[in-house]
Write a protein that binds this ligand. Structure first.
Ligand code: DMJ
Length: 448
């Protein structure tokens, strides 16, 4: 009897271990949903009505002193996709009863566009309530003065009430990341002004690429002159390239496709870098193509997804392998490493989504189980190192695992959405019918 009981105990332990190891996709999707509810629950409890939760001090943060409901708008479509009907209904009520852009504050065009305009357009497309579209249209109008520069390249900041703009030194990402949202707004309102402004900016930027086809990091929007000529695919340039390809997919714009084709040729010629440590994309001078640094980081990890979207699966999977190596250096990814030495350059982790986004795209196209295993590792790292009793916290340092009092809205908009979609039933989202903006808001494809 004693022997039988020990046998039973061993059997039960073995079974529970193996079921933990082989959680099905559906079980993993459910687990991610529970983590979303944990994070959203903390937002509800400690930050309701504000821009973002501060998970360690259990209070809130408003970007500009007053709330623009950054987290509620950013998180809405994730709730819809996860089937969280009650939470979505409560969130919708909060947004529609409280959100107003008639505020005397200076906002950063890029962030407001990708999180709020992109978020509201997605709210409208997934929910259908015209009031979301009215909010988006109002916001779009308040962002338009950004484009009133001598070159048509947008300034960085605009006052939502007065339309006053500032900051003439801008970067390709903050210049070239409007066309998906502004194009969609034009399509839905039948007013071409938004599309036209964003397209002029994109054309003007592309026109200023170097003779070898690359852009730099900083440009003066008053003169059109480059101020910093370092070229890369990282923060300050990243989503400019993303939007060239996606504008073609979302809006059917052939010119954007041509711009993307020319850009990816130059990127692969000059930035791509194969070393013993793996395949990477580093930094070069935009005019000479001479390599100036060997840095790669969490933001660059969006690139495998983009390469996959373009059909270059060999490069996409090779690069994702490098990204995963970077993640595994410390069990969760640092903001930036030097890939020549594999040393950490910036050790923080602000709960970024890009590496998970790439795993999701690659799994969608290849069905290779290794991307699900990566997803499991991302889930484990997040839960082990970033979960707190009040939501999720960024890490100040991935080596020491010291936490930071911040949970950016993109954690709910992107990180948990992509992780959920990686594991969820394919019926949840018809991948070919949508294009994700750079904040993971799925916008419906359709010509203008
Ligand atoms: C998000 O706001 C967007 O994905 C943006 O393109 C880059 N930074 C964050 C996430 O890392």
């Amino acid at each position: 009897m004693k022997n039988f009981l020990s046998f039973l105990l061993i059997l039960v332990t073995a079974l529970s271990c193996s079921s933990k190891k082989s959680d099905t996709r559906a079980e993993m999707a459910e687990k991610v949903k529970q983590e979303f509810l944990h994070a959203w629950g903390a937002y509800e409890k400690y930050a309701w009505g504000h821009d973002a939760l501060k998970p360690l001090s259990k209070t809130y943060h408003d970007w500009y002193g007053v709330s623009l409901l950054m987290t509620p708008v950013d998180a809405f479509d994730t709730m819809v996709l996860m089937g969280l009907t009650d939470e979505a209904a409560k969130d919708k009520k909060l947004i529609l009863e409280n959100l107003s852009f008639d505020k005397d504050i200076e906002v950063q065009g890029f962030e407001i566009n990708i999180r709020l305009l992109g978020g509201l357009l997605s709210c409208y497309e997934w929910d259908g309530d015209e009031r979301f579209l009215a909010l988006a249209e109002d916001l779009g109008n308040r962002l338009l003065p950004l484009f009133d520069s001598p070159t048509g390249l947008p300034y960085r900041f605009v006052n939502l009430k007065t339309g006053t703009t500032r900051d003439h030194l801008n970067n390709p990402a903050e210049i070239g990341t409007y066309i998906l949202e502004f194009g969609t707004l034009s399509r839905l309102t039948r007013n071409s002004i938004y599309y036209d402004k964003a397209m002029i900016a994109l054309n003007e930027l592309f026109k200023r690429r170097s003779d070898i086809g690359l852009v730099g990091t900083i440009i003066d929007v008053n003169t059109g002159e480059w101020v910093n000529t370092t070229s890369h695919i990282s923060g300050m340039i990243d989503s400019y390239y993303e939007y060239l390809l996606k504008a073609w997919l979302l809006l059917g714009d052939e010119n954007c496709k041509k711009k993307w084709d020319a850009s990816i040729d130059a990127i692969n010629t000059y930035l791509k870098h194969e070393l013993e440590s793996g395949l990477w994309y580093g930094q070069v001078d935009m005019h000479s193509g001479e390599r100036v640094a060997t840095r790669f980081g969490a933001l660059d990890a969006f690139f495998p997804a983009l390469l996959a979207l373009d059909g270059d699966f060999p490069t996409a999977s090779e690069l994702q392998k490098s990204c995963f190596t970077m993640w595994n250096l410390h069990g969760i990814e640092p903001e930036q490493i030097d890939y020549a030495t594999m040393d950490v350059v910036y050790a923080n982790y602000p709960l970024r989504p890009e590496i998970i986004e790439s795993a999701y795209y690659l799994y969608h196209y290849t069905r290779d189980k290794k991307y699900l295993d990566m997803g499991q590792a991302f889930y484990d790292g997040l839960v082990t190192y970033c979960k707190t009793d009040a939501g999720y916290a960024a890490l100040k340092n991935v080596i020491t695992k010291e936490k930071e009092d911040s949970m950016e809205s993109f954690f709910l908009a992107e990180t948990l959405k992509y992780l959920y979609l990686l594991f969820a039933d394919d019926q949840v989202l018809d991948f070919d019918a949508y294009v994700f903006n750079t904040e993971a808001h799925p916008l419906k494809k359709g010509n203008r």
